[in-house]
Write a protein that binds this ligand. Structure first.
Ligand code: HEC
Length: 487
């Protein structure tokens, strides 16, 4: 029996959802605004509250806040504001009374919320000096597909499942959340984690609806990650049993056959990826390890024990040179695949990394964290070119959380970025990190993926449902609902 069918809900449920989404989205689309500047917006705040102790004559901590140039000079401890990076700017940490920092002003009341957000926006906008002044934000290297695009060519044969093994869907009492979701780069084929199996959906014509094509058996307990190889031929499934074993399984996409089991770990594999040449797999586990294995021989090539917490996300760069790994503390490392040596330590997040996505030219790495931030890292030198408050929202009660980026994906064709968060919003960003549009979802999204160059995104939910959405308007077009056997 097929328990995933869309039939139970039918068209009307989808269009109802759709119309509600529309109303929500109107409120969310932000209007463009110019970033605040020092002369007009910031100097008046400093003059009324801070310059009493931080002026040219009296420079507490060696810091003079009475002119733009002296603010830029910083204190005896160094810079106090970093363009684009409020959360790691000493001045912002001091005025928000962050832990471990001497709260400012030293005496008297905390600044008002709107003054704090003006300062936040001034730093985020690149520390503009005066009206019409230049932003100090680093130029983002432009993105043009084709010049430095992915190195993997389209396979010559058709990559579409045919005659998948007859595996009936496992009945569940409580549907599993979508923890792993992948879309094939060269065909409209989607893979989703289910209990003891991977559900495969697909369509042969862009104009038709997706169909449930079958289920691949998975016998390694829980699936935590699914990836298609960049050439589209293989499907990687990673997971295991929490606390006692983990590994990676490779399937052939067309036949659905299990090809190989790799990486025998002593704990579940939380994240895994396959390199663009199909030669390496990289895995991350709660044992704080990143490992790189050979696909051909199964040999362990590099074991890296630099992380101080669970490794929650790994991703190979499209040129195959680097493997990025992120942990539950928010630290990201970039490793050289050939040597296992460290290329960069990236620290801008202060809580769990949920997602790492590379731009197709391997020049920019995008990270999404539980702190609600999206960070665009320049791989020229590992500098955080942009740090964006993306899915950051105060919750009404202490029992709910609305902050946190849960997933990200980049379209290799135009460089557009899509992100989902705990605030139940799907947001589209331009390649330079500026917001393009947002859509409120009527569900808690857990995963987002896209097929580059296509017009659709795939979003998975905490209830196990899978939705196809349009990239232009971010509207739901089709849904697969995960029903429990109890109903
Ligand atoms: C009553 C005096 C006083 C006022 C008002 C005051 N500060 Fe301070 N500030 C200090 C002193 C003293 C220190 C050194 C604290 C220490 O290191 O123990 C300091 C340190 C700082 C530092 C840390 C510099 C570093 O690198 O160590 C920053 C940033 C700062 N102040 C910003 C501000 C801002 C912004 C305001 C206004 C909102 C402000 N201060 C208002 C006295 C003051």
């Amino acid at each position: 029996m097929n328990i995933f069918g869309i039939s139970r809900f039918g068209q009307s449920a989808i269009s109802l959802l759709f119309s509600r989404l529309l109303v929500f989205s109107m409120a969310l689309i932000g209007c463009a605004f110019a970033a605040p500047n020092y002369q007009e917006h910031i100097a008046p705040i400093f003059e009324s509250v801070c310059t009493e102790c931080h002026n040219a004559g009296k420079q507490s901590a060696g810091l003079d806040l009475s002119s733009f140039a002296s603010v830029m000079k910083g204190s005896s401890g160094g810079e106090v504001v970093r363009p684009g990076l409020p959360d790691t700017s000493a001045l912002y940490l001091a005025i928000t009374h962050a832990e471990g920092v001497k709260p400012m002003p030293d005496e008297g009341e905390k600044l008002a919320d709107d003054e704090i957000s003006l300062i936040q926006e001034w730093i985020a906008g690149g520390l503009i000096d005066k009206p019409g002044g230049k932003s100090l934000l680093r130029e983002m290297s432009g993105y043009t597909k084709g010049e430095d695009g992915p190195t993997v060519d389209r396979p010559t044969e058709a990559i579409y499942p045919s005659n998948l093994p007859e595996v009936p869907a496992t009945q569940v009492l409580n549907p599993l959340p979508v923890m792993a979701l992948a879309v094939n780069p060269w065909s409209d084929v989607i893979a989703v984690n289910r209990l003891d199996q991977i559900a495969i959906y697909g369509r042969t014509e862009p104009s038709s609806q997706f169909q449930h094509l079958g289920n691949l058996p998975y016998t390694e307990e829980e699936i935590h990650d699914l990836r298609f190889s960049p050439d589209g031929r293989y499907l990687l499934a990673a997971g295991g049993g929490g606390g006692y074993f983990g590994g990676v399984v490779l399937y052939d996409v067309v036949s659905g056959k299990l090809l190989k089991k790799l990486a025998k770990e002593d704990d579940v594999v939380l994240s895994a990826d396959i390199s663009p040449d199909n030669k390496h797999i990289g895995v991350g586990t709660p044992l704080k390890r990143v490992k790189i294995y050979s696909v051909d021989t199964g040999a362990l090539l590099h074991e890296i024990d630099k992380h101080t917490d669970w490794v929650t996300a790994v991703a190979f760069s499209p040129d195959g040179k680097w493997l990025a790994s992120g942990d539950r503390n928010g630290t990201i490392y970039v490793w050289e695949v050939a040597t296992g040596g460290i290329a960069y330590t990236l620290s801008e997040h202060n809580s769990q990394i949920h997602s790492l996505s590379w731009r197709a030219d391997s020049k920019v790495l995008l990270s999404g964290g539980d702190d609600g931030k999206l960070v665009l890292w320049d791989m020229k030198d590992g500098w955080p070119s942009r740090s964006i408050k993306a899915h950051d929202e105060k919750s009404e009660t202490r029992y709910t959380r609305h902050t946190g980026v849960l997933g990200t994906t980049i379209d290799d064709e135009d460089g557009m970025i899509y992100s989902i968060g705990r605030n139940r919003v799907l947001t589209k960003w331009k390649p330079d990190g500026n917001r393009a549009s947002s859509q409120s979802l009527d569900l808690l999204p857990t995963q987002v993926v896209n097929r580059s160059g296509s017009d659709y995104l795939v979003v998975g939910s905490a209830k196990g449902d899978v939705f196809i959405l349009s990239k232009d308007k971010l509207e739901i077009r089709q849904g697969f609902f995960y029903e429990s056997a109890r109903e």
